[in-house]
Design a protein around this ligand. Structure first.
Ligand code: 4AD
Ligand code: MG
Length: 462
């Protein structure tokens, strides 16, 4: 007999049909004569109720069916008498696949804190909350591919091991096969990376952008969607050491087209999540964040405000608001500043552009004022920066000057500069932090709760 998923049972009207379901026991209650087992198979937030005639199976047999146990049930699908569910299963046969000793099963009781669940990240997908979050994460990932495919973009795979530092931030995880306790040294006493696996030093990528640009300069419009790694020691609710990034890159786009794309893209994937993850979003709205659905619709309804960094800083300076970090022209904005603009001042998402060149990456297109670059950050309620991007410097000489000003090594970047020598063109792109998007759509507060296995400083156990 073929297994039916619970998500399909919830909408069926084929009552009286013999059905096989399999899943994990969420709760078991009842009396001497009858047991009610709430079974969940992960296909939906909802459980199906299994009604068990105790005399039929015997108490001894049913005893190990406790919270967390995994069972298969063959039974009749009937219309439910009880409230809150439309159908239930009257058990004819039960197979126990795995027990979960109540004395030691960590999820025996309900209502654990998110902090506690983080410590048992290997089990937390079994909870309603994390089931909802990870299903939504899937829907968002799927929506992203759907969006770009519909728009004629090509999914371009950029390397995870690289020799270059795309952001110039200098916080990378090194990749090496050298014996770190006894590395081969050069005559000058430095580690001899020519002896390493790739013949030079390598690290995990912080961004697929530089290679993505090569793709855009050939295929027109591409996007990447892969893991990125940053060894910055920022222990915040918005930073991970390993996170997923989506980076579209488009030939012939300027900064305005880049902003249009970012806004349209975000609205598309949020709409998709509201349509396909409705039950999960409603669950999270009820349990964690009563304003979630409202906030999602709010972002969809409003045009994002577009203004320059300079205008933004003026607003912040005049606000009279007490910020923890000082704000002045030239300062890198903190999330408290970004959130002020979005949540207090404009009350809608904001795209800031034309940042001081000193606080942005070397590749951004330089404005004629000599001070600012054509970068853009999309700022969201509760999140702050969700997207960072720019129009790219397409002029070889200007790019080279900037690379030299910053003392960056041409050894790792010559190929990137070559794109400006051979058929250069205006182009633009951006990076969306996938987990920041999932944070926004789930209403969760901590980025550790929206990725199955978070990697943060001092934490990579499972
Ligand atoms: O602003 P960032 O550093 O931009 C880039 O990496 C560019 N190469 C993107 C591009 O133009 N193609 O990072 C982009 C986004 C941020 O806006 C943020 O959402 C997310 O990535 N992000 C992080 N998310 C989680 N943990 C971290 N440590 C993150 N750092 C950046
Ligand atoms: Mg950024």
């Amino acid at each position: 007999m073929e297994r039916t998923k619970i998500v399909d049972l919830l909408t069926t009207t084929e009552f009286g049909k013999k059905t096989l379901i399999k899943g994990w026991v969420r709760t078991r209650r009842g009396n001497k004569n009858v047991a009610f087992i709430a079974l969940n198979d992960g296909s939906a937030i909802h459980n199906i109720q299994v009604v068990v005639d105790i005399a039929k199976f015997g108490e001894e047999f049913l005893k190990p069916i406790t919270t967390g146990a995994c069972i298969g049930v063959v039974g009749w699908l009937v219309e439910s008498q009880g409230q809150g569910q439309s159908s239930e299963i009257q058990a004819e046969e039960i197979e126990i696949y795995g027990t979960a000793d109540p004395a030691v099963y960590p999820l025996q009781k309900k209502g654990h804190s998110l902090e506690f669940l983080r410590e048992i990240a290997y089990l937390r997908p079994r909870t309603n909350t994390f089931g909802a979050i990870f299903r939504l994460r899937h829907h968002l990932a799927y929506a992203i591919h759907e969006y770009f495919n519909k728009q004629g973009f090509f999914y371009f795979h950029t390397p995870i091991i690289t020799g270059s530092d795309a952001e110039g931030a200098g916080s990378m995880f090194q990749v090496t096969v050298l014996d770190i306790e006894n590395p081969v040294k050069t005559e000058g006493g430095k580690i001899d990376y020519s002896q390493d696996f790739f013949g030079h030093s390598t690290n995990l990528t912080v961004s697929g952008q530089l290679e993505g640009e090569l793709g855009a300069m050939a295929l027109g419009g591409i996007y990447t969607f892969g893991p990125t790694f940053r060894a910055e020691n920022s222990n915040t609710p918005r930073h991970l050491a390993e996170f997923w990034m989506i980076e579209p890159e488009v030939a012939f786009n300027d900064i305005n087209a880049n902003m249009d794309l970012a806004e349209d893209f975000l609205k598309y994937v949020i709409t998709y999540a509201l349509e396909h993850g409705k039950d999960d979003i409603e669950f999270l709205n009820k349990m964690y964040d009563n304003e979630l659905v409202e906030r999602l619709n709010f972002v969809l309804d409003k045009r994002f405000v577009r203004l320059t960094y300079t205008e933004g800083v003026e607003i912040l300076e005049k606000s009279g608001w007490k910020f923890e970090f000082p704000v002045y022209w030239g300062a890198d904005l903190q999330s408290e500043h970004e959130r002020f603009l979005v949540e207090e001042h404009f009350k809608r998402p904001v795209i800031l552009t034309d940042y001081p060149k000193e606080i942005k990456s070397f590749y951004m297109k330089q404005n004629d004022d000599g001070k600012t670059v054509r970068g853009m950050d999309v700022l969201f309620p509760r999140i702050g920066e969700i997207i960072g991007g720019s129009e790219r410097e397409a002029d070889y000489q200007k790019l080279l000057n900037r690379v030299q000003e910053l003392n960056m090594s041409m050894e790792n970047l010559w190929w990137y500069l070559d794109t400006r020598k051979f058929g250069t063109a205006p182009h633009a792109g951006f990076g969306l932090g996938f987990e920041r998007l999932v944070l926004f759509v789930t209403g969760m507060q901590n980025i550790r709760d929206v990725i199955p296995f978070p990697r943060t400083p001092k934490n990579a156990e499972f």
